[in-house]
Structures are given as structure tokens and as C-alpha cells.
Design a binder for this molecule. Structure first.
Ligand code: ADP
Length: 222
């Protein structure tokens, strides 16, 4: 299964991708996670990307295409992948198309996770990650339970807010999404690949809608 998850920051792509890994046995390829790992490791890429990310802007297309090309060449991506956060521009979408044609691995579906702006703001401003176990919580809608739900990996959740989840930066990210990424809805729609799901509601409800959309997408390619 080769899938692109499309949607604004905070639309739940990462959360749903985690579920799809289990269901389809293919890796999640999150460019945001790959960049954050580079920042944490202090690599040359990480040093270059950090300021751009913290400002809510996009890392340049050439760099992103290089990252994706390398990641999709890894053995675990041979059976499929879930792209989360990529492509984010028209140039990236064209580059992905060319790469997948080269690999003879066309996309099966692009799913748009649709969430209204007010809900996005709540999700993004409330998002916290646990430094110890890596889980993502939301101070408004999904605070950590007591005891913490991580099977003893951490005794007390040590929550931090992503630097780009500050209120000032969130506005910029939503603006960049509307300008650079939203046009991809039409791009993939015109190719008959797009499925749109209502991504508001609890995680399980959205997951069920996503599964139904992907099941419906399957016969189209056989
Ligand atoms: P979000 O929660 O906003 O969807 P991500 O975790 O996917 O955020 O990405 C965080 C940041 O990493 C982005 O705001 C951007 O600076 C950078 N980034 C991630 N993916 C891409 C991409 N495909 N192209 C350019 N920049 C990217």
C-alpha cells in the first residue's frame, strides 16, 4: 500500500499514520520526524533546517526530495509506505511522481484529512510530547492519564511543546499550508487519486473513516 496523507498541520496525519503502520505493515515516512531527528542529532541538515522549521516555513524542495529519495530506497519501504507531511508543494509532488515512476511504484491513494481551522488551532496549541516516552498528548482533549499510559517507560510524563507549536508560528504554518500545500488537493483530485475524509471526532472514528476510504481506493487500481 502506497499512501499519501494530506492535511493541514494538526489534522492528525501522524496519529493516523501510526495506526496504518500496524494495519498495513508498511512504514510511516514523516518528513517532519526525519527533520526533527536531524535537528536532534545535530547534523548539517539539522542545523540548516532548524531555523526554517521554528519559523513555520518550508525547508527547500531540493533538500526534501533528497531526503525522500534516500528514505524510499531503504528496504522496509519496498512493500509500501505512508507518506506523512510530504509532498507539501507542487514541486515536491512532481518530484515524487517522477521518483515513483522510476521505481515503478505508483501511489494507491491520497487521503485528505479535513479539519476546520478552529479545531486545528485547539489541537496545535494544546499539543504536548512526552520527553521520556515520545507519546503525543493534548492538554485540552487528551491529557496523560494517571498512571501514564506507557507501560512504565516513564513514571511521570515530562511534557514539552514543540517549538513550532507556539501561537505565533502556528498562524504562519497554517498560512503556508493554504498557499503551498492546499493546491495539491486539486492536483491529486484531477488524477482521481484523492479521497477526502472528515478528520474531526475521536481517533477511532477517524481511523474507521480512513480505513473505509482506503478500502474503497483499492479496487480502483486492480
Ligand atoms: P505539521 O505538524 O505542521 O504537519 P511536521 O511535523 O510535518 O508538521 O513538519 C514540521 C516542519 O518541518 C514544517 O513546518 C517544515 O518546516 C518542515 N517540513 C516537514 N516536511 C516538509 C516538507 N515536505 N517540505 C518542506 N518542509 C517540511
Amino acid at each position: 500500500m502506497r499512501i499519501v496523507l494530506l492535511g493541514a498541520p494538526g489534522s492528525g496525519k501522524g496519529t493516523q499514520a501510526q495506526r496504518l503502520i500496524v494495519r498495513h505493515g508498511v512504514p510511516q515516512v514523516s518528513t517532519g520526524d526525519l527533520l526533527r531527528a536531524a535537528v536532534a542529532a545535530g547534523t548539517e541538515l539539522g542545523r540548516r533546517a532548524k531555523a526554517t522549521m521554528d519559523a513555520g516555513k518550508l525547508v527547500d524542495d531540493e533538500t526534501m526530495l533528497g531526503i525522500i529519495r534516500a528514505r524510499l530506497a531503504a528496504p522496509d519501504a519496498a512493500r509500501g509506505f505512508i507518506l506523512d507531511g510530504f509532498p507539501r508543494t507542487r514541486v515536491q509532488a512532481d518530484g515524487l511522481d517522477a521518483l515513483l515512476a522510476e521505481l515503478a511504484q505508483p501511489l494507491d491513494a491520497v487521503v485528505l484529512l479535513d479539519v476546520d481551522r478552529e479545531q486545528l488551532l485547539r489541537r496545535l496549541t494544546g499539543r504536548r510530547t512526552c520527553r521520556s516516552c515520545g507519546r503525543v498528548f493534548n492538554v485540552y482533549s487528551a491529557p496523560p492519564s494517571v498512571p501514564p499510559p506507557c507501560n512504565g517507560q516513564c513514571t511521570t510524563p515530562d511534557l514539552f511543546q514543540r517549538p513550532d507549536d507556539s501561537e505565533a508560528t502556528i498562524g504562519k504554518r497554517l498560512e503556508v499550508y493554504a498557499a503551498a500545500t492546499e493546491p495539491l488537493v486539486e492536483y491529486y483530485g484531477a488524477r482521481g487519486l484523492l479521497r477526502t475524509i472528515d478528520a474531526e471526532g475521536d481517533i477511532d472514528t477517524v481511523a474507521a473513516r480512513l480505513d473505509a476510504a482506503l478500502d474503497a481506493a483499492r479496487p480502483a487500481r486492480s
